[in-house]
Design a protein around this ligand. Structure first.
Ligand SMILES: *Cc1c(COP(=O)(O)O)cnc(C)c1O
Length: 395
């Protein structure tokens, strides 16, 4: 059998071994060390923001943002339903609950429905947004830039301002995505709202094995997040703590990997874009599927490629397509199941879900590693097109 073309694997073609060896040689492997600070500096410079805090994971980054945003037990937080569950779980860590607002055709939260929910279902009282039916405070909004595609931040920031919502950007999939035009020109995903969360998990555009980072508009908020991430230590010598902290700090070993990956990030983004363009050409003659585009007026990191399958002509279950493609050496994946359908969240409030269930049923993610070759892309596209034709003919 031919070798499998993987969906998404990490790429270590740079100084990864050198820097990790160096961290080990220096015996600085834990939550202190020069690579951590270097990674934070380089990340902040890349994002054109003042500072960043490196942490253990994207999930930890989101949790710290929610804590700092003042999300507490009984609060509500607005979220999109079509994304990875880690965007929502930290809301529960705080004892709060999500409200699921539909996505639009960008797969990100729909600003029109977001506004409609705030306007029709909630009341502004004493500077806080209260959900009329449950009488609970809607404290914040988690915006996910799905697959590296920028959510409509121009509209979202305006709505958040009008309804006093703290904006937490889940930029875990969107490192390097930015506006090229309009009022937010030059602004990067994760640096537009009040807080931004990044992930360096193995499948993201750069990886530290596991890891993440936080950015914040307010330097004091970010300083407090840093403090919370290191067990809220007020005095290192006498072990004095004034708050409950977390063991969320990134290690120097992870950061060594991260510094090497940061050197390659611009090249990785270039490859993602080039490969996306090649797929777009190869799928342009296929009327059974459509490669989803990225938002206009932005340069996306094009982290993940999403193929919309024509469900009127192809009714085969996604699992059948995925298995058939796997047998022919092409690894693909169905998009996430809706979070609002998962057992921990099945009783939570949903608002006007229509596009999210549609896309949950018709999106196939296709191989997108930065080290995929042009030949592999051509083979993957061809294999997928052939299968779709076969399924449409009902053979
Ligand atoms: C990867 C991811 C996370 C979580 O990041 P980890 O580093 O794996 O904890 C959160 N949200 C989304 C949308 C993600 O894709």
């Amino acid at each position: 059998m031919r070798q499998l073309i993987p969906l998404s694997v990490p790429n270590f073609e740079g100084n990864e071994r050198k820097y990790v060896d160096d961290a080990i040689a220096q015996a600085w492997v834990s939550t202190g060390g020069a690579y951590i600070e270097q990674l934070e500096r380089e990340l902040a410079a890349f994002l054109h923001t003042k500072q960043a805090v490196a942490v253990q994971s994207g999930t930890a980054a989101l949790h710290l943002c929610l804590i700092e945003a003042g999300v507490k037990a009984g609060d509500l937080v607005l979220v999109p339903p079509l994304t990875f569950i880690a965007a929502v779980n930290p809301i529960r860590y705080q004892g709060a609950d999500p409200v699921f607002i539909d996505c639009d055709d960008s797969l990100c939260i729909d600003p029109c429905k977001l506004k409609a929910f705030c306007e029709r279902e909630c009341t502004l009282a004493d500077g806080a947004l209260v959900h009329r039916e449950s009488k609970r405070t809607v404290r914040a909004l988690v915006v996910v830039h799905v697959f590296g595609n920028m959510a409509d931040m121009e509209a979202i920031m305006e709505i958040a301002g009008a309804y006093h919502l703290t904006v937490i950007e889940d930029a875990t999939e969107a490192l390097g995505t930015y506006y090229t035009d309009g009022a937010l020109r030059g602004k990067y995903a994760g640096t537009i709202g009040d807080y931004g969360a990044f992930s360096f998990n193995g499948n993201k555009i750069i990886t530290t094995g596991g890891g993440g980072a936080v950015t914040a508009a307010e330097p004091r908020a970010l300083a407090h997040i840093r403090y919370l991430s290191t067990q809220a230590k007020d005095d290192a010598q006498y072990y004095i703590h004034h708050e409950v902290g977390y063991n969320y700090r990134m290690t120097n070993l992870q950061a060594a990997l991260g510094v090497a990956q940061m050197e390659e990030l611009p090249d990785f983004i270039g490859r993602k874009q080039k490969n996306y363009d090649l797929y777009a050409r190869l799928f342009s003659d296929c009327n059974l599927c459509r490669l989803l585009p990225f938002r206009e007026k932005t340069a996306s990191n094009r982290w993940f490629y999403a193929l919309e399958i024509d469900r009127e002509r192809i009714q085969a279950p996604m699992s059948q397509m995925i298995d058939a493609l796997q047998q022919q050496g092409v690894q693909t994946r169905a998009v996430w199941g809706l979070i609002s359908d998962q057992r921990p969240y099945e009783h939570e409030t949903v608002y006007q879900l229509e596009r999210a269930p549609y896309y949950a049923d018709c999106i196939l993610n296709i191989p997108c590693s930065t080290n995929i070759t042009e030949k592999e892309i051509a083979y993957a596209a061809d294999t997928i097109k052939q299968l779709l034709r076969k399924l449409a003919d009902g053979i």
